[in-house]
Design a protein around this ligand. Structure first.
Ligand code: FAD
Ligand code: SF4
Length: 498
């Protein structure tokens, strides 16, 4: 007898383990809410609600499709699995290959009275072996090359073998700073139903540390709701997604962003349907190509690339620390209590929602962590705990690789390091800050400034090997020794005073 174990990020009726069985009527299926599993770090309460509520809703959906569903709330995985295998006389347990490597190890360490078969994962456009074949033997693994290959392979925004509109990448049109009244559309949120309210009560009663505010909880928890968010995005947000993609505005938590990662990452949506919906809207409604291409590049390019790289690199990728950064994560990452307005705004937003958009994550949170020399592993752990859409595969690559350049350039072609100048240009945060974005020394100097120059100075040798940094390093060379010494001292004192 075959039995299927469905993990909390595999909530799709067509997922590979279910699809591997020709007969689904009365097929035994199990889902397990394990408390042990979520004590690795203090997860955002809304993430726990999202996953457990989505799992419970998915169990209902499976029952409607006549699967024989067992739903267990347990301390660990081993005990309920063992009992269920024996009770159902299961001889082969099928599980779709987990996205996260640590979870594959958990499965391999289980002692179960039956055979375990891992079925190749079908939640991505490129399987791990397809990516491996693509990557092997290449001199460089640039996202842009991979993205173009993905466009050709899936025939997205293509005219024969050429990109629609003649250009592959319209990113240059998508970097407008926020100016004037923006009239952003509202986000698609949902009221919590009875199942979600039950889960909220459960999470409130947990006896171990968690993070963030649990209410208001208004994320979708079913495929039907995820499809509504997709539709809402296509109708309301995609037409203007491009131009202000990198902009940050106080009180505007989501701008024109899609809010789709929480659903994509647990299987409620498949990337291909998301990409095709955007392409269809481009064809039928003549939406601006910079917005449509910009969005499709995120899903078909970046998301697939991050997943592919995660499974391609060595398992010790998570331990990488190219700059040897060892500063501890400041407590304000957990509390949001800092006078740096950009960090305060974004950290308190993450506490409230579990969400920040890409540039808030990259150019404020991880930029600060990079230039102030925080330990990559502590920063990764924080991101993993704090975000509604965080999983090992997407954390290692985005935080260790893209955000902190701790892999020494496997993934990004240069470190995403910036001073207050960038944040002032792309946001309104500096206007209400006690620090001056123009000053790099003294009591009022913005910490992003002295940390930025200190970072360049400290790592000059390593950065010199990165071709794209030479122009910036020339500016460092123009600085007097006196100023450089003061910058070094102010950066050092900041950590001591903290
Ligand atoms: P949009 O801006 O509207 O983008 C569309 C979609 O593209 C996203 O839903 C997402 O699925 C995909 N996408 C875009 N960029 C990436 C990327 N770099 N990696 C993976 N998918 C991408 N994404 C996560 O899904 N989970 C995370 O925990 C996560 N942590 C991040 C941490 C850092 C330091 C950085 C720099 C990026 C991180 N990202 C993460 C990538 C990206 O920021 C989020 O996917 C995006 O902000 C999600 O919001 P959205 O759905 O509104 O995205
Ligand atoms: Fe952030 Fe510096 Fe601007 Fe303040 S002045 S908001 S700390 S970048």
């Amino acid at each position: 007898m075959i039995g299927i174990w469905i993990l909390g990020d595999q909530l799709w009726l067509k997922q590979a383990a279910l699809a591997s069985c020709s007969q689904h009527e009365n097929l035994p299926v199990i889902l397990i809410e394990s408390q042990q599993h979520i004590q690795a770090r203090p997860y955002h309460q809304q993430k726990l609600v999202l996953i457990w509520s989505a799992m419970r809703h998915f169990a209902e959906e499976l029952r409607q499709h006549k699967y024989s569903v067992t739903y267990k709330i347990a301390a660990d995985f081993q005990t309920p699995l063992q009992a269920w295998i024996q009770a159902n006389k299961i001889t082969e347990l099928r599980v779709m290959m987990p996205n996260d490597r640590p979870f594959t190890k958990v499965i391999q360490s289980l002692e179960l009275p039956c055979q375990i078969t891992l079925i190749a994962n079908n939640h991505f456009l490129w399987s791990t072996s397809e990516f491996h074949n693509y990557a092997q033997g290449r001199k460089r693994l640039l996202m842009e090359d991979f993205y173009r290959q993905g466009r050709r392979r899936c025939q997205i925004l293509m005219e024969k073998d050429q990109p629609v509109g003649g250009q592959w990448n319209l990113d240059k049109e998508n970097r407008q700073p926020p100016k004037g009244k923006l009239n952003t559309p509202p986000a698609k949120w949902f009221a919590a139903d009875a199942i979600t309210l039950d889960v909220i009560d459960k999470v409130k009663s947990l006896s171990f540390p968690t993070y963030g505010e649990i209410e208001p909880f208004h994320w979708g928890v079913t495929r039907k709701q995820a499809l509504q968010v997709l539709d809402w995005f296509i109708q309301q947000r995609l037409p203007h997604f491009g131009p202000y993609q990198d902009a940050m505005v106080t009180g505007e938590e989501t701008m024109w962003h899609a809010l789709l990662s929480p659903y994509l990452n647990i299987g409620l949506l498949h990337p291909l349907e998301v990409i095709q919906a955007a392409e269809q809207a481009y064809q039928e409604k003549q939406l601006p190509l910079n917005s449509v291409e910009g969005f499709i590049r995120q899903v078909l390019g970046w998301r697939e690339y991050m997943h592919g790289i995660y499974h391609y690199v060595d398992a010790n990728y998570s331990e990488k620390n190219w700059f040897n950064h060892t500063q501890k994560l400041p407590e304000f990452f957990w509390t949001g209590k800092t006078e740096m307005n950009c960090l305060h705004q974004i950290l308190t937003q993450v506490q409230r929602t579990g969400y920040a958009h890409h540039i808030q994550r990259l150019m404020v949170l991880s930029n600060f962590a990079l230039i102030s020399g925080l330990s990559p592993q502590e920063v990764e752990n924080w991101f993993h705990a704090a975000f509604i859409d965080a999983y090992d595969w997407v954390m290692q690559t985005n935080v260790i690789g893209m955000g902190l350049f701790a892999d020494g350039g496997v993934l990004a072609s240069k470190p995403y390091a910036a001073s207050a100048n960038y944040i002032n240009k792309m946001s309104d945060y500096c206007k209400s800050c006690v620090y001056s974005h123009k000053e790099r020394l003294g009591e009022n100097a913005c910490p992003f400034n002295f940390f930025y120059w200190n970072f360049l100075d400290q790592h000059r040798d390593k950065l010199q090997t990165q071709g794209r940094m030479s122009f910036i390093l020339k500016n460092l060379d123009k600085m007097s020794d006196e100023e450089l010494n003061s910058i070094r001292k102010q950066a050092q004192d900041w950590h001591i005073n903290l």
